[in-house]
Design a protein around this ligand. Sequence first.
Ligand SMILES: Cc1cc2nc3c(=O)[nH]c(=O)nc-3n(C[C@H](O)[C@H](O)[C@H](O)COP(=O)(O)OP(=O)(O)OC[C@H]3O[C@@H](n4cnc5c(N)ncnc54)[C@H](O)[C@@H]3O)c2cc1C
Length: 432
Amino acid sequence: MGALSDQPYWWEEAPPRRLGHHPPARSDVVIIGGGYTGLNAALTLRRAGVGVTVLEAGDFGEGASTRNAGHVSSGVNLGKSAAQSNVRSPLEQSLPAGVFQSLRDEAAASFDFIEARLRELPDDAQYRRSGRVVCASLPVHFAAMRQKSVSMTRDGVRLFPRDQQRAAIGSDLFHGVMTIDRAGQLHPAKYLHALVDRTLAEGAVLCDNHRVTSIKREGTGWRLDAGAARVSCDKVLIATNGYCDGLLPWLRRRVIPAASYIVVTDDLPAGMIDTMLPEGRTAVDTKRLLSYFRPTPDRRRLLFGGRASLNARDPRQIAPELARRLHAVFPVTRGIAMRHAWSGQIAFTFDLLPHLGAHEGVAYALGCNGSGVAMQSFLGHRAGQGLAGGETSPFWNLGFPTMPFYRETPWFLPAMTGWYRMRDAIDRLTGR
Ligand SMILES: Cc1cc2nc3c(=O)[nH]c(=O)nc-3n(C[C@H](O)[C@H](O)[C@H](O)COP(=O)(O)OP(=O)(O)OC[C@H]3O[C@@H](n4cnc5c(N)ncnc54)[C@H](O)[C@@H]3O)c2cc1C
């Protein structure tokens, strides 16, 4: 019997990277944060002939980009309500139809972008266009899916009522499911490594263990302090997502770092994974404190994640709750031990949209709201294009809301977790 590790399963094959490079005194652009956003921006900038330095506070791959579940989605849930991913979001209701559609098109383009980028990286990160299954936690969610599927023709959508859902998922817990073909899965840490390798090969300077502590105006450009290092540059991009610190208080007041947790089972008995996920899709339910799951790339284990608590806790304490949720979906897994339990930080925003833009001359690309493998990669690329003087995105400088009394501490997260938990329970009891 092995022990429960608090390290991401992905790090067994692709642990965070320490390169040990020193920052130059000057660079055309400095990118703060070395995850998918920062590295995709760096690669695009290099290809436009721009000099780039990436300053990363930890080793490369310590952030969410090697801690996630590796679901690659096509942006269909853009601006989704944190409560229910299958209803028309408040955002959709508040924006003019044309603007919302252009954001949706841009989000959908993130899927084509990541597939193309993966093809040009030195490692395909075990990417598979596997499709996704969205599992209705309540009958009303399935009814909403039915409505929503009408506008999802390009995504390859099929609906399975409860009595037919076993074609897509070996569980009777749900009230029908929707499968989406335009979705995939990858090994998140191998993707990060491949980005590091390609970005280095194309001439970017990547410096780990350099936390930027100040950004100051210097002539028409900027001066950044990172420990003993000082770098001057023309342009800066902040790509720190759920690991935002107090570097730019204006930004910190608009981003809500929150935790998400994952467990990975021990090896499953031969063939079990095929009965659980017969089509090998990624899966997600429709609760407010949602769960998501998928096979590991070798199909020997199941990865099961969820928003069990929005604030940071010891993942080993959260593991029993995730195990209970897993057993409810697949009772056959009772008695199978968990081998990994870890957490990572995502970034919520008050309008549930990712944001790309500039504040007083400092550019930013962040706010994944839990879904950023494709989208943050794409927004990093779009930020790179923008900084190189090229095409911009409909996301550029959309209003970026905050909330009164929110400074740096997301004091409302414990209450939010409790509130979501209670609303999920009430919905379950009332069938709504
Ligand atoms: C448990 C979990 C599961 C998830 N599952 C999925 C999924 O299945 N599908 C999906 O699409 N998305 C998923 N996500 C979200 C996805 O991982 C993120 O959206 C994505 O990795 C964000 O990339 P990023 O580069 O913006 O941020 P990160 O990868 O978090 O990188 C930000 C970096 O900024 C650095 N940093 C912070 N402050 C400073 C500073 N002052 N100076 C220098 N560096 C700094 C940090 O060290 C960090 O490395 C998940 C996230 C988590 C946590």
